[in-house]
Design a protein around this ligand. Structure first.
Ligand SMILES: Nc1ncnc2c1ncn2[C@@H]1O[C@H](COP(=O)(O)OP(=O)(O)OP(=O)(O)O)[C@@H](O)[C@H]1O
Ligand SMILES: [Mg+2]
Length: 292
């Protein structure tokens, strides 16, 4: 019953491959001219009043990797995401995206970065009054010169790409299950063919089967669309299933960035507790093919 349809494979640059061309309101996204990592955070300081959340935080996310971000509740994972997205101004240090310093970007750079970036917020953040199709076509209408019909056609392709049935396009978010809503949010995040995808707790609130299916979807899309992924998660199974490396936020910094199997050996107290707790052991055992 919980079976999820296999996502339809679709070529990259779906929008660009459409025979109808943009009417020219916005220049089409050009290929990246840089080999710089998609995200470079150096010496980041973040605070609210006197309360320091990040102090001298460094993090590099490499092109094509799925980076998991973990840390205790309230350690500043979402604040880090907001800082990278430009929703919170850093109080010190620098944030570079595709080799360009955020604080030095002009309007055209910011527009370009926005087009290269997709975000799946924890809540899904879909417009409740709009159908799924209209939610997915909204960024296309905002950032490209596509007509309404063209944007709807691209939206329908994205809806299929994330494994939703065609009928989902006509439904409002409240008419979807939690898992379908996550997929709809993902379809919207992928609308502009991003290079960089941010996911905040993508499997939170899903049952284990739904969560595993969503992990699989993200893994397939990442591979097929050559995405770089920054994924905040509490889900240990997701770390084992899809990440290349995991960054640990503790003590106001990133204290480790390693493949999950290497992190298991860490002597950092929080990391030890994380992996040696019952959930950590269960995830390790599942990732190794069951109880041994
Ligand atoms: N707008 C804000 N004003 C004041 N303090 C804030 C604001 N946003 C976040 N904080 C504080 O910053 C700290 C880090 O919050 P953040 O939401 O990044 O935690 P988190 O690691 O994402 O936690 P969780 O795993 O529970 O989502 C918290 O103590 C929070 O209270
Ligand atoms: Mg958070």
């Amino acid at each position: 019953m919980t079976r999820v349809p296999t996502p339809v494979r679709a070529p990259r640059r779906l929008a660009a491959k459409k025979p109808v061309q943009r009417s020219g309101a916005v220049a089409p996204k050009v290929p990246l001219e840089t080999d710089a990592p998609p995200i470079e955070v150096a010496g980041l300081r973040s605070q609210f009043g006197d309360r320091v959340i990040h102090d001298d935080l460094d993090l590099v996310v490499n092109s094509g990797e799925v980076l998991g971000v973990v840390g205790g509740s309230g350690t500043g994972k979402s604040v880090l995401l907001n800082s990278i997205l430009g929703l919170k101004e850093p109080d010190g240090g620098s944030i570079k995206l595709f080799g360009r310093d955020r604080s030095e970007m002009n309007e055209a750079d910011l527009e370009d970065v926005e087009r290269r970036t997709g975000v799946l917020f924890q809540s899904g953040a879909l417009f409740s009054a709009l159908t799924v199709r209209d939610n997915v076509s909204a960024p296309l209408l905002e950032h490209t010169g596509l007509s309404r019909d063209e944007a709807d056609a691209v939206a329908d392709l994205k809806i299929a790409l994330v494994g939703l049935p065609p009928v989902a396009g006509d439904l409002k978010p409240a008419e979807l299950s939690g898992g379908m809503r996550k997929r709809a949010g993902l379809a919207r995040a992928l609308a502009l063919d991003p290079d960089l995808l941010f996911l905040d707790e993508p499997t939170a609130g899903l049952d284990p089967i739904g969560a595993a299916a969503f992990d699989e979807l993200i893994r397939d899309l990442t591979r097929d669309l050559k995405l770089t992924v920054f994924m905040i998660t509490h889900d240990l199974d997701s770390l084992y299933a899809i990440t290349d490396r995991v960054a640990v936020l503790a003590d106001k910094k990133i204290v480790a960035v390693q493949p999950v199997r290497e992190l298991e050996e860490s002597s950092h107290p929080w990391i030890k507790e994380y992996f040696l707790g019952p959930r950590g052991r269960a995830a390790q055992s599942a990732a190794s093919g069951g109880a041994e």
